[in-house]
Design a protein. Sequence first.
Length: 251
Amino acid sequence: MSQSPPPPPQNNIYGGGFFNFVPRDFAQHLRDRAISKLGSGASGEAWHYVLTYLSTSNVTYSMNVAIKIPHDDDEDLRKEALFLSRVDSPYVIKLLFAGESNGSYKLTTELFGRRVTLQSRSSASDAVKRQILSHILIGLESLHKKNIIHGDFGPHNVLINENNEVKIIDLGFSEDVRAAATEVTNILGDSELLTAKTDMMGVGKIIELLYPGTTNTLVQTTMNGCLNRIPANRATLGVVYSNVFGPQWPK
């Protein structure tokens, strides 16, 4: 018999769902099956897996998930797990579990399937593009509210599906805004100190992909403001948020 899992005891780093109900030694009782490779990011390689767990009462629980395995060193993957555990947003990929399994540290998240590219949505209606962009901004805001700078934000770390739902992924290069400033290379290849303004360059690139060749003055101004090479002069998330949700944005 197969059913949805109920809510858990806590162990390691949990985010909810499938892993919330299982006992502390659940890893010994799980069976997993790799389906396909999803992609590779800053902190590891992601795969589509089907997990099954047979409880002591002979109830079988199953779930499709994404499992990320570190490239070499698992430091970035452990950091990503910690940051994801602090965020609860429908527009950021949901952490289910992170911890040791079969001698390797792994990060398990919800599976976000049937993905399409941001470029493919450039021909969508203004209403759809505005919805996509607004959800991305809300997701990024949820990170910044938790003092998390994504650090590698851009089109390559935003998933979108056929229903135009979005998920921000890959927090392997993220940092806490309260930590000592780190020098990074931004999306245009310039060196700068990592701040929330660094993430805004990724927002500019996303606008550029969604509105190629736009002649709308507000869209152009917003995009160029995000891509300003001088961090102090770069558009803030609040400014972009106001523009996109304002009456002059194409809708």
